[in-house]
Design a protein around this ligand. Sequence first.
Ligand SMILES: NC(=O)c1ccc[n+]([C@@H]2O[C@H](COP(=O)([O-])OP(=O)(O)OC[C@H]3O[C@@H](n4cnc5c(N)ncnc54)[C@H](O)[C@@H]3O)[C@@H](O)[C@H]2O)c1
Length: 367
Amino acid sequence: MPLVEINESLQLERDLKRRMDFNRTVLVTGGSGFIGSHLVCSLVNRYPEWRIINLDYLDYCCSPRSLESVEDRTNYTFIRGDVCNPRLVNHIFNTENVDVVFHLAAKTHVASSFECPSSFQQVNVDGTRVLLAAAHQAPRRLQRFVYVSTDEVYGPSEDQVFDESSPMRPSNPYAATKAAAEYLVRSYWDQFKFPIIITRSNNVYGPRQYTEKVIPRFLTLLQVNKKCPVQGTLPQSRHFLFVSDAVDALLLVLEKGTVGEVYNMGTSFEIPIVQLARELVRMVKNVPASKVKDWVEFVPERPRVDLRYPIRSEKLQRLGWREQVSWAEGIRHTVKWYQDHPDFWSEAGEDHGGTRSPGGTAATKSP
Ligand SMILES: NC(=O)c1ccc[n+]([C@@H]2O[C@H](COP(=O)([O-])OP(=O)(O)OC[C@H]3O[C@@H](n4cnc5c(N)ncnc54)[C@H](O)[C@@H]3O)[C@@H](O)[C@H]2O)c1
């Protein structure tokens, strides 16, 4: 498979950067994705004395433009490759002197996980197993292995608010594979005291998120005069955390988190999906209140959509983390970004030439 593209000039560049005087090497997997690209940009900009390596397969949900602001920086290196490829991953750990891993590479779209669960199992579980084994056998002792997991491992809840000791009861293949990967990560702590930390985050939103996820999906549909499809009739709601707050939490956990521990990354902001759709209609379409409902339609849910995932984040807050970006500010910034970059994802589609998730197919014509 042509997934490993380490040609000679890239190899030379990497050799040069390896010889430069960096005091920490951080490997981010999935660093070209939504959260990963924000994390990589923050690491590259905030820590010029650290070397940041991004290992990413460049799946359909990535745009090369997400990392254009850092691609020429001397402390940034990109390796295109698959976390499931043991030869490549072992090679990276044997040659790059990695100190820290942020493991984000994953298949992440819940609906697709019902259609193709084996690819979720392969990337999310096998990929994590390959990465753990390589990091554990590496000649250089790893300082931290941060596994970026999700609130969805708890399963849905109507009333119960989950803390880190709540049992995992995942209710879709995506969440099941994230939970399985967590068990693998935890086994390395239990058996070897390998320095892992696990984070479980609420939904994250912000600029550059691929259009299969609910906020960018609604925004891009409205931009082409299509309605926001709300699935089912039950009162599903979601908690939304702005991406810079998620990145801050990950960096804080790296510095102050205790090894072997799990940290919820939650927000107090929760919104029913139908209300989210109406709010986005008001922001994008500028229509009178009486017309807002014309831009929202109810579609059958298949498979069933979980109601809500409430989590407590006191443990993370005790490390000093607080949400900095209010919903009002975060969504305004996000809406503006999608308005200012209407072609970001369609152009990325052309760059990839690959299959894209059918983000807009459930929508009907404008009212
Ligand atoms: N976005 C959220 O709301 C959210 C919430 C909680 C947890 N998470 C977790 O955070 C992580 C990142 O999420 P995201 O929203 O940025 O996802 P994303 O889908 O935008 O990015 C995933 C990245 O992983 C890469 N990838 C996929 N398969 C790969 C492989 N085999 N080898 C190397 N790279 C591969 C993709 O190319 C992409 O860059 C995931 O592990 C996800 O489970 C996300």
